[in-house]
Structures are given as structure tokens and as C-alpha cells.
Ligand binder design. Structure first.
Ligand code: AMP
Length: 249
């Protein structure tokens, strides 16, 4: 079985994101970038399935600027076998990503696509669902457990107030939630080995996909700054402030 794992290059989750002064977006110059954390979980899950002997090949895919190569290399260092880099300088919206992935699925014929439930930069939470719809495949979203059983998979999903376990037929799309696994760190020898693994480069136009954005960002602003707290003398004053100032009771 072959698994396709899309991996997005995003601002590292430890970085405090700064809004550009012209409110057109967030500052990306000289900012540390990394693999989207949910995609790290997707790669880890694919590698674990390979280690369990249930999967033969893992293909990591990234769509974006030249530096997405580094994101693919990270996936290769953790255990993916080869990479596909769809190179573009455009901002690629979820629908365009899903259309590109659909074309790659047609070409690569994986049995499973494991991807993040959302990218932590745009927080869209759309691509996996759109890809499943375009392919006409079943989907198991927000997976906190995944078990393959021959022609199908059992996916335990994180839903409001509990867990839901569903059975889906393969081929399918699975999107990862935080509790699915804890991704490993790449070892130095594996980072060196990853440099020799192949990465194919293609352009969206080679796949016949137009990635021109359909949305226009009107403005990006900082959340309102928090005002300083005050000390209250007693419960009566607290209740008075909650009622008359905060107006929450
Ligand atoms: P989103 O729908 O944008 O929140 O992204 C959900 C998932 O789609 C991510 O966790 C990735 O697995 C995948 N994805 C989105 N954009 C890209 C991209 N540019 N390259 C590769 N994978 C992507």
C-alpha cells in the first residue's frame, strides 16, 4: 500500500506572529518556518504503519515556494520515501491545494491520504474535506486513532463531548488530530540519508491547475490588547464590578 502525505510549510508554532504595519498580512521575512504540526502527526502515523508492515511506500507532497523542499526533507528524514514538490510563489488556497492533490492522487494511486486537520497559519480546516469530495472518497476527519484492516480502516474521531469510531472503505482521506500520536524527532543519520532521497519538482500548470487566488484579504489586524487587571477589596466589590463594569452577571 502507498500513502500520500501532504505537508505544509508554515510559521513555526513557537514564533509570535507579527501583523504587517500596512495590515495586509503577517510578517514572513526572517521568520522561522517549520512543518505544520498536524502534518508532522500525519507523517508519523504513516511511518508507524510502514514500520508495522502495513505500508510499502510513503510519498510526501508540499505545494509552495522553493523552501518547501526543506519541509519535504523533514518528512523524508522521519521516514517518508520520496517527495513531490509542486512549486509556486502564489498563495495557494485550500481548493487549489485540493485540486492539485487530486491530480497527484490520480497519478500516484495511493490507498490512503493522511493529512493535517488544519494548517496553523490560515486555520482553514478545508483541504482534506475538499480533497475527499473531489475524489469521491470516504473521509475520516479529526482522527485520534487509525487502524487499517485489509480493505478498510477504523477511524476514531474527536467529536464534541467524546469519541466516535467509524469504519471507512479504502481508498480514503484521513485528517489528523493532536492525540493521534507524538511525532518523533529525526535522527542525524536519518537527516543525512534523507538528502539522498528523490524529490520530484513540478509546476501547478503541469497538472493543469490554475492556482490564482479567489479570495481577497481585506485586512489582518492584531487582537485587542488586554488591559491591566485590578485588585478588589472584597467579594461585594467584585460582584459590583462584574455586574456594572464587565456586565457579565
Ligand atoms: P487547511 O485546510 O488549509 O487548514 O489545511 C489542512 C491540511 O491540508 C494541512 O494540514 C496539510 O496537510 C494540507 N495542506 C494545505 N495546504 C498545503 C500545501 N500548500 N502543501 C501541502 N499540504 C497542504
Amino acid at each position: 500500500m502507498k500513502i500520500l502525505v501532504p505537508v505544509k510549510r508554515v510559521i513555526d508554532y513557537n514564533v509570535k506572529v507579527r501583523v504587517k504595519s500596512d495590515e495586509s498580512g503577517v510578517e514572513l521575512a526572517n521568520v522561522k518556518m517549520a512543518m505544520n504540526p498536524f502534518d508532522e502527526i500525519a507523517v508519523e502515523e504513516a511511518v508507524r504503519l510502514k514500520e508495522a508492515g502495513q505500508v510499502e511506500e510513503i510519498v510526501a507532497v508540499s505545494i509552495g515556494v522553493q523552501q518547501c523542499q526543506e519541509t519535504i526533507r523533514t518528512a523524508l528524514a522521519v521516514g517518508a520515501d520520496r517527495g513531490i514538490h509542486v512549486v509556486t510563489d502564489e498563495t495557494v488556497e485550500p481548493l487549489a491545494v485540493a485540486k492539485i492533490l487530486q491530480k497527484l492522487v490520480d497519478k500516484e494511486t495511493p490507498q490512503l491520504v493522511i493529512m493535517g486537520k488544519q494548517a496553523i497559519d490560515d486555520d482553514s480546516n478545508q483541504t482534506g474535506q475538499m480533497l475527499a469530495a473531489l475524489l469521491g472518497w470516504p473521509q475520516g476527519t479529526f482522527a485520534s486513532k487509525l487502524a487499517l484492516n485489509g480493505s478498510g480502516a477504523e477511524v476514531t474521531r474527536e467529536v464534541d463531548g467524546g469519541l466516535e469510531t467509524i469504519g471507512i472503505k479504502l481508498p480514503a482521506v484521513v485528517t489528523t488530530d493532536l492525540r493521534l500520536n507524538e511525532p518523533r524527532y529525526a535522527s542525524l543519520p536519518n537527516i543525512m540519508k534523507a538528502k539522498k532521497k528523490p524529490i520530484e519538482q513540478i509546476a501547478p500548470a503541469d497538472l493543469g491547475i490554475d492556482v490564482t487566488p479567489r479570495m481577497e484579504t481585506l485586512k489582518v489586524t492584531n487582537p485587542p490588547a488586554r488591559s491591566a487587571g485590578v485588585k478588589v477589596a472584597d467579594v461585594a466589590e467584585l460582584v459590583e464590578k462584574l455586574k456594572n463594569e464587565a456586565k457579565v452577571i
